[in-house]
Design a protein around this ligand. Structure first.
Ligand code: SF4
Length: 216
């Protein structure tokens, strides 16, 4: 089992494979030969190459949105899909304006597309937000993916989809995707805030049975 998160040596980051855990993915020939074969695919290689260039050229200067714009220009993507959550309508409009200003065509699809009531997928009253599965519309990430596939977008941006809905979008979408933002309703969409507070005010929430486990 690979446990890179527990590796203090991280020799891989310095090209020194003497400093690794015993079970190390860097030393797994099957994993590494298959991975490097992946970069022989021209599209994958283009993405990997341009990702590295964008990282290097705006390192610690460009916000993620600027990096995405530069990356999409470098890759030659023209028509961009924007899959967004209905809780992000204002942000979606602003992102669309920014992308259009930067020369892209934007196809945007909201999570509630199709207007399907939650009852259609068997969601019960107690599992709705406001108490009526016939009146509350379900998120339809498969519909978002299908609509963007149908439009033939070159590249897609995911913005603010819920946990699990993002899973389905990623499962069904056909062209490559990056994520501008993930949803986290209680941290201003900054999920790492919970991690940064995990040894403080948020400890009991993350380690409810034994808050002192792993205490630093
Ligand atoms: S790949 Fe190997 S050296 Fe790198 S973090 Fe994982 S276990 Fe450690």
């Amino acid at each position: 089992m690979f446990t890179c998160a527990k590796c203090k040596a991280t020799g891989c980051t310095k090209g020194d494979l003497k400093r690794t855990l015993k079970d190390c993915p860097s030393k797994n020939e099957k994993v590494q030969s298959e991975a490097m074969k992946g970069y022989e695919d021209p599209e994958s290689r283009k993405i990997a190459y341009n990702a590295a260039c964008v990282e290097a050229q705006g390192y610690c200067e460009d916000a993620r949105l600027v990096e995405i714009i530069k990356f999409m220009h470098r890759c030659g993507y023209k028509q961009i899909g924007l899959a967004f959550c209905s809780g992000f309508v204002n942000e979606a409009l602003e992102v669309t304006r920014i992308l259009e200003y930067n020369g892209f065509e934007v196809v945007s699809v909201i999570c509630k597309n199709g207007a399907h009531p939650k009852a259609e997928i068997g969601i019960e009253k107690e599992n709705t937000i406001y108490g009526d599965p016939d009146m509350e519309m379900m998120c339809n990430p498969i519909g978002q993916a299908k609509a963007l596939n149908e439009s033939g977008t070159d590249f897609n941006i995911l913005m603010g989809l819920c946990v699990g809905h993002d899973t389905l979008f990623l499962k069904y979408v056909e062209s490559p995707v990056t994520i501008l933002a993930v949803k986290d309703r209680v941290t201003g969409h900054n999920p790492l805030a919970a991690v940064y507070c995990s040894q403080g005010y948020y400890r009991k929430k993350l380690y409810p049975e034994d808050p002192n486990k792993y205490r630093k």
